[in-house]
Design a protein around this ligand. Structure first.
Ligand SMILES: [Fe+2]
Ligand SMILES: [Fe+2]
Length: 272
């Protein structure tokens, strides 16, 4: 007898990073059409050690050393994995979001899975596996269930991914003169494609705010002022030209800079 089930593999519950990527290939269509079939756990599945609260993230070697570059790739695996899981989470949590928004977000989510694979494979080529160092869930923990869609867009696609643009630019500069073409290529692909992810956030944010009759620059300022208390601190100088390409207005850049200055002067929240 054939037993039909509505249960699909769920990459958020799966603990192994390689199997998570296989799962998304199997269920991408269902995430779009049947989001109610997927459960969202409090924390996404992991079979690798997590950094304990308050534990120091020290002992890094410089990027001229192989161990230091592997650590950077390991960090990127953790980040791309959470970006992938956050994309899925938004698709599951906001079935009422505009259809085109959801379709674009699925493409971005699949691109995050591709970034994840690139980083994992490069890490493996260096002789390391995910889990060699401990890892964190700070990106996943920056969002909240039932927050307004505009908050989610700002946190994930404008704040976190925006900071990713700043970080990529800084890292590529720091790698000038380092002989590691594979790592540089991975970073370049990610840096280029992430501009589109941030632009997705900028365009949808500005469109939805305008449709509500409010001013996007003003809304962004007020919203960021509230959101800065729930996101990880970011201090890296803004990649202003890249952010402009990704849809940041001059007013929004001023707000992003003010938040950066706030984090430079305020002590970070304990768990960040
Ligand atoms: Fe990515
Ligand atoms: Fe992204």
């Amino acid at each position: 007898m054939t037993v039909y089930t509505t249960e699909f593999p769920n990459p958020l519950l799966e603990v192994n990073v390689w199997r998570k990527m296989k799962d998304i290939d199997l269920v991408a269509e269902q995430v779009l059409t049947r989001p109610e079939s997927f459960r969202i756990p409090n924390l996404p599945g992991r079979d690798v050690p997590l950094r304990k609260e308050g534990e120091r993230d020290g002992g890094r070697k410089g990027l001229s050393q192989k161990d230091g570059r592997a650590r950077l790739l390991h960090d990127l695996v953790g980040i791309e994995l959470q970006a992938f899981e956050l994309g899925l989470r938004t698709l599951i949590e906001y079935p009422e979001a505009p259809k085109f928004f959801r379709e674009e977000l699925l493409k971005i989510t699949l691109e995050e899975a591709k970034h994840l694979k690139l980083c994992l494979e490069a890490l493996k080529r260096m002789g390391y596996e995910f889990g060699h160092w401990n890892t964190h869930l700070h990106l996943w923990q920056s969002v909240a269930t039932k927050e307004p869609l505009l908050d989610r867009i700002v946190i994930v696609h404008r704040y976190l991914e925006g900071a990713g643009l700043d970080a990529s630019e800084m890292l590529l500069n720091r790698l000038t003169g380092v002989d590691d073409p594979v790592l540089k290529q991975v970073l370049k692909v990610i840096a280029e494609e992430e501009v589109d992810h941030v632009r997705f956030g900028s365009q949808w944010f500005q469109k939805l705010v305008k449709e509500s009759g409010a001013d996007p620059d003003e809304d962004f300022k007020v919203r960021m002022d509230r959101i800065k208390h729930q996101v990880p601190a970011r201090h890296i100088p803004l990649a202003k030209e890249t952010r402009k390409k990704a849809g940041f207005s001059d007013g929004e850049l001023e707000t992003a800079e003010a938040v950066r200055v706030y984090f430079l002067t305020e002590p970070p929240l304990p768990r960040r």
